[in-house]
Write a protein that binds this ligand. Structure first.
Ligand SMILES: [Zn+2]
Length: 288
């Protein structure tokens, strides 16, 4: 948790923006990658008809990132992982780290929005209304992580009530500041997001937010996983009892899934976490 709100430059590229210093080091590799893509597309054009080409067009994913601060490591690791996923599963990633570009036309390009720890405040009014339309009308899917439920009054901003309702009518209450490991219990292994995921596994170093209400009590919410608070290492008194950590809002036309976890870059070393993320991308980017 902690602070958020540093103004950052707009980032919008077909290729994920990395900081420029690292980009220079990557130029030779980027050149080879682009050359490979060019040669690959020539081959595809000559060997496939136009119908196939349409079928093979990559779909577009918008990633709204929280950069720097306590979540910088998780975000950076996430972007690197997404680049690999994008190559494997034929999608293109655009990263933005604020909402200034978001309006109806901008979002219309994307089949999926991934909210990589970006909180539900500091959004422009135009971005809020475009996002609401996108989710309510099912114009694409949504996968959100961790800070996306920082719902309440923070950094001088009021709570975004629609977003709270989207997440099950909850308000952020507390978190485990020193971090704790905890065991996740999958309770809905028939859901596509949980396909192939182990029934329980340890999630390292998370903050395990608590809320004023249990999202399970909201009729629109379907819980996919909980954390067993008795397994916290080190133990903590900050508990909810029944503590959902992965859930979907079934009332929305957009396929959507929220993961409460998303604090540590170590998550990307956890094959069950990356499998859930992978499943979530493929499921949520397909229309209902
Ligand atoms: Zn965190």
């Amino acid at each position: 948790m902690g602070y958020f709100g540093r103004e950052m430059d707009i980032v919008s590229n077909r290729i994920i923006k990395i900081n420029m210093e690292r980009m220079y080091k990557l130029y030779p590799y980027l050149f080879l990658l682009l050359l490979g893509c060019f040669l690959g597309s020539c081959h595809m054009n000559s060997s496939q008809n136009s119908t196939d080409k349409t079928d093979n067009s990559p779909f577009k994913v918008l990633v709204l990132t929280e950069r720097g601060g306590q979540h910088g490591g998780f975000t950076d690791a996430g972007l690197q992982w997404l680049q690999k996923e994008a190559l494997l599963h034929n999608f293109e990633v655009t990263e933005i780290n604020n909402t200034k570009l978001i309006d109806d036309d901008f979002l219309a390009q994307y089949q999926l929005i991934i909210q990589l720890d970006y909180p539900p405040y500091t959004w422009t009014k135009e971005a809020e209304s475009a996002f609401i339309k996108y989710i309510d009308e099912g114009l694409g899917g949504w996968v959100g992580f961790h800070h996306a439920t920082l719902l309440g009054e923070f950094d001088g901003y009021p709570m975004w009530q629609w977003f709270s309702d989207f997440m099950g009518g909850i308000r952020f209450e507390n978190y485990i500041a020193p971090l704790a490991d905890g065991i996740l219990l999958i309770e809905n292994n028939s859901h596509p997001v949980m396909k192939g995921v182990k029934a329980s596994f340890i999630i390292p170093d998370d903050e395990w937010y608590t809320f004023d209400k249990n999202p399970r009590n909201n009729g629109n919410i379907q819980v996919l996983a909980t954390v067993d608070e008795d397994t916290y290492q080190p133990s903590s008194d900050i508990k909810m009892g029944d503590h959902p950590v992965v859930w979907v809002n079934k009332s929305k036309k957009a396929r959507n899934v929220y993961f409460l976890i998303g604090h540590s870059k170590k998550l990307y070393e956890n094959e069950d976490f990356t499998l859930m993320f992978h499943n979530a991308i493929l499921w949520a980017s397909s229309k209902k």
